[in-house]
Design a protein around this ligand. Sequence first.
Ligand code: PMP
Length: 455
Amino acid sequence: MATLTDAQQRDVQYQLHPYTNAVKHQSIGPRIIERGEGIYVYDDQGNKYLEAMAGLWSVAVGFGEPRLVEAATRQMQKLPYYHTFTHKSHGPSIALAEKLIGYTQGRMASAFFTNSGSEANDTVIKMVWYYNNALDRPEKKKIIAREKGYHGVTVASGSMTGLPANHRDFDLPLPRIKHTSCPHYYHGARPGESEEAFATRMAEDLEALILKEGPETVAAFIGEPVMGAGGVIVPPRTYWDKIQAVCRKYDMLVIADEVITGFGRLGTLFGSERFNIEPDIMVLSKQISSSYQPLAAVLINDKVASVVSSHSGKLGTFGHGYTASGHPVATAVGLENLNIIEERGLVQNAAESGEVLQQALRDMAGHPLVGEVRGVGLIAAVEMVADKESHRPFEPVGTIGAPLYERAHEHGLIVRAIGDTIAFCPPLIITREEVHDMVGRFARALDDVYKQRKA
Ligand code: PMP
């Protein structure tokens, strides 16, 4: 067992970490990240890592961007805090709301700010319920999410998340949240089934669930345009068209959780653009501020906004909001961050560097451990399988993913292991050369693990 440094010991003693094996952490301690610059971060032992996950899918403009520091400082000096409750507002929240609605070219009407994606998705659930109460449909409240979908970890958003680790041990999901099939063609398709036929079957599964629950009780469907934390799952061709048709048939709201896909990740401004999704509600976070400040937004279209605002007389005030909703420093930083994304053409860069990333990873498909390579733009994943022919996963899960995640550090690379799937989601500023460097580091780590396994 390695001896822990003083800082590691204090961490182990005093801090409980999110998404961390608390028992293992006691013996191995944390890797302490001290600073960042561009696509790199440095730990307190002087090691440099290419941050292939942009933190948690979020640092679009890279680490150490001085303009965001200045934007925060300026706002801190002028008005460090004010709220947006009870008919109050401030410049940065107004400007950011206007910018976000402008980005949607009139498809969305109004923005509501929160601090995190989880809070935004809780807000979504409450808006859906509020909307149906206002329309005198008190029974129409169920929300359908998907297995392997990720929408957060609060009691309600965690219920929509479709991962066992977020439910088991936490007595979730809540009763009004249901889950339909995960559209992962590689694992879910039947022999000989085309992508289109698989997508049709996914839509039929959704319709069957709606009919089982009773359409008059089902209010909305939520999905990420491309699933992120569940394993970077790209929907099969025609999936979103078919899913949306079912939702419209049963008068359900369509919610696009764009917390990862928003602001250029897929090489388009929004994931909805890429897949022709016409959401009634959009959820944005992460790249909205490059996570320099906690910030998220719920955008609602006119259909939802007109009901939510015109019925406040009947339901009383919209009794929902956070102390830091639209926080002036967070929204000022968000605004400047979006200016940088525009000025530097980072959406276009994500499309171009993304193409290089997708090709470079697909070139690894022949590796004996690699089952599937998937992704769009600057988000991608490589899934390792026990049997390439049958797509059989490793048992136990993580057999390859866990050592590979560790090994990558030795090659100066931080990735994310989701079971035996390794995810890539680098800052949008990454160049084509840096993409090749990133993939090269991954390939060397993969070979290390392969050789070790063979030995
Ligand atoms: N939705 C999606 C699609 C996400 O990826 C995440 C976070 N990974 C969330 C919601 C939750 O965001 P937060 O961690 O800020 O609560």
